[in-house]
Design a protein around this ligand. Structure first.
Ligand code: TLP
Length: 347
C-alpha cells in the first residue's frame, strides 16, 4: 500500500493509510444530503471543534470549500481582496468569477505570505458607484506559492481586525492549516479564531484520500450547505470518505512536525550541491522550493524527467524551478535517495 516512487510533487499524492482503509470499509453511513450520515456528522463536528468554529461542512475538495466560502460571503458583482499569489486566485480555475460573478482585487503577497496591511487598507473601496463593493478578504495559511510560509496568529488578528473595521468578513484558505499550527506550536483554533470562515484539507499532509472541511458559524454553514448542493457537491453515503477524514484529523494532524523536519533535512542535503539554489528561508513547513543555477544546461522539466527515470518525482513550478513537498510517505531513506539522485545529475 505504500507508494511506488518517491513522490515529492505534492502532499496531495498521499495515499490513505492502512488504518484509514480499514475504517472506510467499516464506516457506518447514511444519506448525507438528508443529514443522516453519522460518520460525516462526526467529522463535521470534530472539524468545527478543532478550528474553534460552530459548524463544519464536508466538501469534496479545497477548491470547492474556498469557492463555497466566497459564494456564501459575496454576491455577484462584489469584490474579494486576494493575494496575487493566492491559490484562490491562481489555481482555482477562476471559479469565483466564472461561477459566482465575484470580482477579485489582487494585492501583492509579501515573500512571507502576508498581505501588507496598508495594501489591504488601500484596496478597500469607498462607496462609489463606479466600483464593485469590497465584500471579503481572503488569506492563505500556510501559503503555498510563498514557499509554505506561515501566517502568525498576530498577523491574522491584525489583518482580520482591519477587514472587520470596514465591515468585511475574512475567509482563510487553510488547506494546510495544521502544518501552520505545527510549525508555530499553536492550535488550528488559535489560527482560525480571528477569521469568519476557514477551509482545511484532509487530503494533503493529513493523508485522507478525498475531502476538505469548511467551518464557520452555524448560520454561515447552513447557507454554505445550500451552495454546496447548488454546485453539485452534495454527497450521499460520504461516510466512507469521512471515516478516513476522522483519522486524518485525530491522528495525522499530530505528526506533521516530522514532515517539516524531513523538509529541513532535504533542504540541507540539496543546499550542499552545486547546480541548485534554494529559496531564502525554505523550508518554512513541508515545502522546499529551489531553482537551477544559471550554469546548468538543462531546464527543470528535463531534470524532472531524468529524476523520474530514477524513481524520484518532483514538482516543476517554473522553467528552472522546483517544488518538493514532504509528507507521510516520505521517510528518511526517501530524503537520502532524493539528494543522491539530484547529486548524480547535477554534481
Ligand atoms: N494545491 C495543489 C495544487 O493545486 C497547486 C498543490 O499541489 O499544492 N488551497 C491551497 C493553498 C492549495 O495548495 C490547494 C491545492 C488548494 C487550496 C485546493 O485543494 P484541492 O486540490 O483539494 O482542490
Amino acid at each position: 500500500m505504500s507508494q511506488l516512487a518517491i513522490d515529492l510533487r505534492s502532499d496531495t499524492v498521499t495515499q490513505p493509510t492502512p488504518e484509514m482503509r480499514a475504517a472506510m470499509a467499516q464506516a457506518v453511513v447514511g444519506d448525507d444530503v438528508y443529514g443522516e450520515d453519522p460518520t460525516v456528522n462526526a467529522l463535521e463536528a470534530l472539524a468545527a471543534e478543532k478550528t474553534g468554529k460552530q459548524a463544519g461542512l464536508f466538501v469534496p475538495s479545497g477548491t470547492m470549500g474556498n469557492l463555497i466560502a466566497v459564494l456564501t460571503h459575496c454576491g455577484r458583482g462584489d469584490e474579494a481582496i486576494v493575494g496575487n499569489l493566492a491559490h484562490t486566485f491562481l489555481y482555482e480555475a477562476g471559479g469565483i468569477s466564472a461561477l459566482g460573478g465575484v470580482h477579485s482585487r489582487q494585492v501583492p503577497n509579501q515573500p512571507d505570505g502576508t498581505l501588507d496591511l496598508e495594501d489591504i487598507r488601500a484596496a478597500i473601496r469607498t462607496d462609489d458607484l463606479h466600483c464593485p463593493p469590497s465584500r471579503l478578504l481572503v488569506l492563505e495559511n500556510t501559503h503555498n506559492r510563498c514557499g509554505g510560509a506561515v501566517l502568525s496568529v498576530e498577523y491574522t488578528r491584525a489583518a482580520a481586525a482591519l477587514a472587520h473595521e470596514h465591515g468585511l468578513p475574512v475567509h482563510l484558505d487553510g488547506a494546510r492549516l495544521f502544518n501552520a499550527a505545527a510549525a508555530l506550536g499553536v492550535s488550528a483554533a488559535d489560527l482560525a479564531a480571528p477569521v469568519d470562515s476557514v477551509t482545511f484539507c484532509l487530503s494533503k499532509g493529513l493523508c485522507a484520500p478525498v475531502g476538505s472541511v469548511l467551518c464557520g458559524t452555524t448560520d454561515f454553514i447552513r447557507q454554505a450547505r445550500r451552495i454546496r448542493k447548488q454546485l453539485g457537491g452534495g454527497m450521499r453515503q460520504a461516510g466512507v470518505l469521512a471515516a478516513a477524514g476522522l483519522i486524518a484529523l485525530e491522528k495525522m494532524s499530530l505528526r506533521l512536525a516530522e514532515d517539516h523536519q524531513r523538509a529541513q533535512r532535504l533542504a540541507q542535503g540539496l543546499r550542499a550541491l552545486s547546480g541548485v539554489q534554494l529559496d531564502p528561508g525554505t523550508p518554512h513547513t513541508n515545502m522546499v522550493y529551489l531553482s537551477l543555477t544559471d550554469d546548468v544546461p538543462m531546464e527543470a522539466s528535463q531534470v524532472a524527467q531524468s529524476l523520474r527515470e530514477g524513481g524520484v518525482l518532483v514538482g516543476v513550478v517554473g522553467q528552472r524551478r522546483f517544488r518538493l513537498v514532504t509528507h507521510y510517505w516520505i521517510d528518511d531513506q526517501a530524503v537520502f535517495q532524493t539528494v543522491t539522485a539530484f547529486k548524480a545529475l547535477l554534481g
